[in-house]
Design a protein around this ligand. Structure first.
Ligand code: MN
Length: 228
């Protein structure tokens, strides 16, 4: 696995993000979901595999509801140490904005939970190449079996993250849980404490009440008045 693209996109003199080294965990494969307030708010889903973090950007974030199919855009591999990165990437740098460690934990290859980590990695790697990854997540917010499936005919990078039906499946909207599993801070607090700024979000602005629907007659009346 290579971190060339990751390094190429970043200037480590300017960004507090970890520089690229490969490393692996011994006690189970790790995953992390980072909430990232960049140009648009999204969740970065990362799975440890062969010393790096395979990464997908998920605009709507993961769901516990098997009916949701969440678009996941594959991005460049990230270094293993990135899984604990929380802070602000300064303006002018790639991915500028505030990053929160939203969820983390161990994951396993679905159906191969009893195999060694090495063997699970082999299986996961084959599934990754086939564009059909199946795994079980043991996070604080995201739990249970998932599939990450490559969308055919949509270029190289478009995948879908889909919850499988199991005891963890639920309609609870986990994206409403908005604090870091590492520091219990929300994005605003992380931004304030790491020199960042939260971008104004449309969804945070109070919606104006919808204007009453005008009947055709009323529209004509209004037009007449405004033209005189
Ligand atoms: Mn991101």
């Amino acid at each position: 696995m290579s971190l060339t693209l990751y390094k190429k996109k970043r200037s480590f003199k300017e960004t507090p993000e970890p520089s690229g080294k490969t490393k692996s965990s011994r006690r189970g494969l790790k995953f992390v979901v980072q909430k990232h307030d960049a140009t648009s708010l999204h969740y970065d889903f990362r799975l440890e595999l062969e010393g790096v973090l395979k990464s997908w950007a998920i605009p709507k974030g993961p769901s516990l509801n098997p009916e949701d199919k969440r678009l996941a855009m594959m991005v460049e591999d990230h270094p293993y140490d990135y899984r604990t990165f929380e802070g602000t990437i300064p303006e002018g740098n790639y991915g500028a904005g505030t990053v929160m460690v939203w969820d983390e934990g161990i994951y396993e290859a679905l159906g191969y939970e009893r195999e060694s980590i090495k063997d699970q990695e082999k299986i996961l790697l084959q599934e990754l190449k086939k564009g059909d990854l199946k795994f079980v997540l043991h996070g604080e917010k995201v739990k249970g079996a998932y599939a990450l499936v490559k969308i055919k005919g949509r270029g190289e990078n478009a995948w879908l993250l889909i919850k499988k039906k199991d005891d963890e499946a639920s309609k609870t909207d986990i994206t409403k849980k908005d604090r870091s599993v590492l520091t219990n801070r929300n994005l605003r607090q992380i931004a304030e404490e790491t020199g960042g700024k939260i971008k104004e979000k449309k969804s945070l602005v109070k919606k104006r009440p919808k204007p009453e629907l005008l009947s055709h007659d009323r529209v004509r009346e209004v037009k007449k008045k405004s033209s005189t």
